[in-house]
Ligand binder design. Structure first.
Ligand SMILES: Cc1ncc(COP(=O)(O)O)c(C=O)c1O
Length: 346
């Protein structure tokens, strides 16, 4: 049986060109600042984000944690969207490791506006933690890969910065946003103080993320990365794949977005699945499966029996993610398999 893995774009495997670059990578000890391939990747990342400097970290989670550690002091308050990855899926590191107190903003499809920021920041008072950081997520994972435009980013960033806060963007999939909007990642990142993006998701590299910001911020972040155990040695072996990812894998994300729309349209005609194809902006499709009479984990198990892997987001919603290792023909095969699985329910 064909296995079509739509659980996440993190399941992508490196391309042949990446494997060749990894095998040939020139390396050194990066904790000494001597790995030329890591230095090249950091330079390329900073340039793509329009920032002064960048830091290679093993994961998006560590990139976000290091950003929080660097922007805040223990006991500070951080404003985050209620379903943001940093709050929901990073093991509470913002509090457990950085000592920060989250203050949640209810988003609409993962987004909010400057008024929401102003409403969330309380006037200084001896009782309150000091609000010092706003985080936004572009694209927003739990909201289904939704995109913040440069104007939307600018508006919330300005509101936060006017109130004395810094702004960090969890841009794990910032290139999906940029490709969907037809703008550069640098335009999206221009208003924020720091941005993290992943090379290990839709871009297909095996490991790693980049945290980008001012030279001064990255200098401090480098020390925090060392503190949380992220100082890597001959990391050029993995950074080499990241350079190939930035050179060859960004523009093709448009294909993943097309496949996501194709999937959404197909799913919307499967009985019991409720999908809004017009809500699909990038490479994620959220399907409410309550109409099948089964909960999402049960539907996920049924689909797995037909060779289609997806993730249950909660009891009602199944998430499908398209990526470079899934073709349009695979999407059609997945739709046929899902149709077969659902037919057994009637
Ligand atoms: C929006 C977002 N931020 C951060 C991360 C964390 O990345 P990693 O899995 O590399 O720690 C993810 C992972 O899926 C994500 O979706």
């Amino acid at each position: 049986m064909q296995r079509i893995d739509l659980r996440s774009d993190t399941v992508t495997t490196p391309t042949e060109e990446m494997r060749r670059a990894m095998a040939a990578a020139e390396v050194g000890d990066d904790v000494y600042g001597e790995d030329p391939t890591v230095l090249r990747l950091e330079e390329a990342a900073a340039e793509r984000m329009g920032k002064e400097a960048a830091l290679f970290v093993p994961s998006g989670t560590m990139g976000n944690l290091v950003a929080v550690l660097t922007h805040t002091t223990r006991g500070d308050e951080i404003l985050l969207e209620a379903e943001s990855h940093i709050y929901d899926y990073e093991v509470g590191g913002l509090s457990a490791v950085a000592g920060a107190v989250p203050r949640l903003i209810e988003g609409r499809r993962g987004k909010f506006g400057p008024d929401d920021v102003r409403a969330a920041v309380r006037a200084p008072n001896i009782h309150f933690p000091r609000p010092s950081l706003l985080c936004i997520e572009n694209t927003h994972n739990r909201a289904g890969g939704t995109v913040w435009t440069p104007e939307e980013v600018r508006a919330v960033a300005r509101a936060a910065q006017d109130l004395g806060l810094r702004v960090h963007m969890d841009g794990a999939r910032i290139f999906n946003a940029a490709v969907a909007l037809g703008c550069s990642a640098a335009e999206l990142a221009a208003p924020v103080d720091s941005v993290m993006f992943c090379i290990s998701k839709g871009l297909g590299a095996p490991v790693g993320s980049l945290l980008c910001g001012s030279r001064e911020f990255i200098l401090a972040a480098r020390k925090n990365r060392k503190m949380v155990g992220g100082g890597m040695r001959q990391a050029g072996v993995i950074a080499a794949a990241g350079l190939v990812a930035l050179d060859t894998m960004v523009e093709r994300l448009a294909e993943d977005h097309e496949n996501a729309r194709r999937l959404a349209e197909g799913l919307s005609s499967i009985p019991g699945f409720r999908v809004e194809p017009e809500a699909v902006q990038t490479n994620m499709v959220m399907a409410d499966v309550t109409g099948t009479g089964r909960d999402a984990p049960t539907v996920v198990a049924m689909l797995a029996d037909e060779g289609v892997l997806a993730n249950a987001m909660d009891s009602r919603v199944v998430r499908f993610v398209t990526h470079k290792d899934v073709s349009a023909a695979d999407i059609d095969a997945a739709l046929a398999a899902i149709g077969r699985a659902v037919a057994t329910l009637r």
